[in-house]
Design a protein around this ligand. Structure first.
Ligand SMILES: Cc1cc2nc3c(=O)[nH]c(=O)nc-3n(C[C@H](O)[C@H](O)[C@H](O)COP(=O)(O)O)c2cc1C
Length: 214
């Protein structure tokens, strides 16, 4: 910022606005800064708002999920990072009513699994790669992709619920998942028919600490 001064203030959206430059010739630069800063702030807000809005949805409207929305939700999962960028994941999208009913039975008869218009089985396809930290990569990779999916669903006006209470052998049988793949989670997807209150979360001070574990 050598050669000119910036005055900063908070705009109504909370964005930092560069309100004046001493050198008028820097007008273009000023506009660019305002634009970039606002765009960045808006992006930050949008992501956090989506994260805040997400709930586990266990009641769904009897409305089909449009293919375009479904594809964007899956695209969000596709873009998720994976260890070594291996991308060894497969998401089985189920719309068929009878298959959903069977999945519901395999998921301890959790009725919303059968009632959701879409159920997605999130699978790891290579499951024997253990990272140097000792963690198997596939559970982490599939979970990140699944979380991307749930957040894009919110942005599309859709609801999801993670379901991990299920009989994996039975789910594999129903969906024809090969022996060497694993089903990490079922995700229900559809238009919400409920607006649950946020579930409580521990304070940040319980979750995060600085420099050393405490
Ligand atoms: C790994 C995982 C497994 C879960 N399994 C189930 C499940 O089998 N059935 C269910 O109703 N909810 C399940 N949930 C949803 C959690 O109960 C829910 O995320 C938690 O209570 C917080 O509520 P929220 O998602 O609305 O913030 C699961 C969530 C996660 C992350």
């Amino acid at each position: 910022m050598k050669g000119y001064t910036l005055n900063m203030s908070l705009g109504t959206s909370g964005a930092i606005l560069y309100t004046s430059l001493s050198d008028d010739r820097m007008g273009n630069e000023r506009s660019r800064l305002i634009e970039n800063t606002q765009a960045t702030w808006e992006a930050v807000m949008e992501i956090l708002e989506v994260i805040r809005k997400r709930r586990s949805i266990r009641a769904y409207r009897n409305t089909a999920v449009e293919d375009e929305k479904l594809n964007r939700v899956l695209e969000a999962a596709r873009l998720a990072p994976t260890a070594r960028n291996m991308q060894e994941r497969k998401f089985v999208v189920v719309r068929d009513g009878e298959t959903r009913r069977q999945l519901m039975e395999a998921a301890k008869n959790q009725s919303f699994v059968g009632a959701a218009p879409v159920v997605i089985a999130a699978c790891g396809t290579i499951t024997d790669y253990v990272m140097s930290c000792g963690q198997p990569a596939y559970t982490v990779d599939v979970a990140i992709a699944a979380d991307h999916l749930t957040l894009q669903a919110v942005a599309e006006g859709l609801g999801t619920c993670w379901v991990c209470a299920f009989d994996e052998a039975r789910v594999k049988e129903i969906l024809g998942v090969p022996d060497d793949a694993r089903v990490v989670a079922l995700l229900t997807l559809g238009y919400p028919a409920e607006e649950p209150e946020p579930r409580p979360r521990k304070p940040l001070s319980d979750m995060a600490c600085r420099e050393t574990y405490s």
